[in-house]
Ligand binder design. Structure first.
Ligand code: PMP
Length: 326
């Protein structure tokens, strides 16, 4: 018989899938690392389990402990799956701009969810950074995950996602393009790929309203770059320790409108029903087309599933209300 001993054993080894219609004007092969095949429907399952295993190993997380994290949903999903299998409780702190589906899904997996306002400074006591930190200090036998600065996040992608992409492309990958939030995906995959072949270019996709692109180009943390935006999962108003700027060759910024429109296009033109950051990522690839030539192999990573966005990017009333559609 061939079976997984539990749901966590099905994480990773996701397929690489060729894009056809959306990329037809590009000279090169464009392949999607399709992370929704993970059991929690996102790449974050990989780092969630790795962060828990590393915390168990060095005693930060103890038997029947409570896992506390500020999460926009996908990390929470991965942590919740692992908590069920391994016997922990979860409290997640989430910002109020996240879709209702994401909150309901976390509750469905037995987690407690605390909702905080988005439009306050990270240092404000109401912000989701502050609230998750405080709950971590106040809750007995708890462990505050902190995916932004937790090195196990990057390590998970260095140990699994990066090697998978290298093997699946037979070492022929020339460019890796991915949305950046905590930075775990780009830094882990990017470091592994550059160690195999330093000529591979690593591109981050950023949003308008986020600090990454300007910081990478100038070394200046410019507060004027920070303002509310709609795109989910990528961009930050802080510099997480997991963003390794030294392995990133450049960033391209995608507008909220384009990210939303390309999320719909991926579904309608490629049959790829994916989340909002996948729309941003594929638009990022198209914006970078002048960097690609005939023999290039571009891999773009798609983080999560479309089901979490049915009330937003897949809802035409919402798209019209936002001014993204006539
Ligand atoms: N897309 C989605 C949907 C996400 O949830 C995240 C994680 N915040 C990202 C992209 C960015 O990935 P990372 O945190 O590894 O930079």
């Amino acid at each position: 018989m061939e079976y997984a001993k539990n749901i966590l054993e099905t994480i990773g080894n996701t397929p690489l899938i060729k894009l056809n219609k959306l990329t037809k004007e590009l000279p090169c092969l464009v392949l999607a690392k399709y992370e929704t095949f993970n059991p929690g429907n996102s790449t974050k399952d990989r780092m969630a389990v790795k962060m828990i295993e590393d915390a168990e190993a060095d005693g930060r997380l103890k038997p029947s402990g409570t896992i506390i994290e500020g999460t926009s949903g996908n990390t929470g999903m991965g942590l919740a799956l692992a908590a069920i299998v391994k016997g922990y409780k979860c409290i997640f702190v989430i910002s109020d701009k996240q879709s209702k589906e994401k909150i309901d899904i976390l509750k469905a997996l037995g987690a407690e969810v605390v909702v905080c306002p988005t439009d306050v400074e990270p240092t404000d006591p109401r912000s989701y950074y502050s609230v998750s930190k405080r709950l971590g200090e106040e809750t007995p036998n708890s462990w505050y995950v902190n995916q932004y600065d937790n090195p196990s996040n990057t390590k998970a992608h260095y140990e699994t996602t990066g090697p998978e992409i290298w093997k699946q492309t037979d070492g022929k990958i020339t460019h890796f393009v991915v949305g950046v939030g905590t930075g775990g995906t780009i830094s882990g995959v990017g470091k592994y790929l550059k160690e195999q072949n330093p000529d591979i270019k690593i591109w981050g996709v950023d949003t308008y309203g986020s600090v990454f692109k300007k910081y990478h180009e100038t070394g200046v943390f410019d507060k004027n770059e920070i303002y509310p935006y709609v795109t989910e999962g990528i961009g930050e108003d802080i510099l997480p320790a997991n963003v390794d700027f030294s392995i990133i060759d450049g960033f391209t910024k995608v507008t909220d409108k384009d990210a939303a429109i390309y999320t719909q296009k991926l579904a309608k033109e490629e049959g790829m029903f994916l989340g909002n950051s996948a729309g941003a990522a594929i638009k990022g690839v198209l914006q970078l087309q002048e960097h690609f030539t005939k023999d290039d192999v571009v891999v773009v990573l798609f983080h999560d599933h479309g089901s979490r966005y049915v009330g937003k990017m897949f809802n035409d009333d919402w798209m019209r209300k936002m001014g993204y559609k006539e």
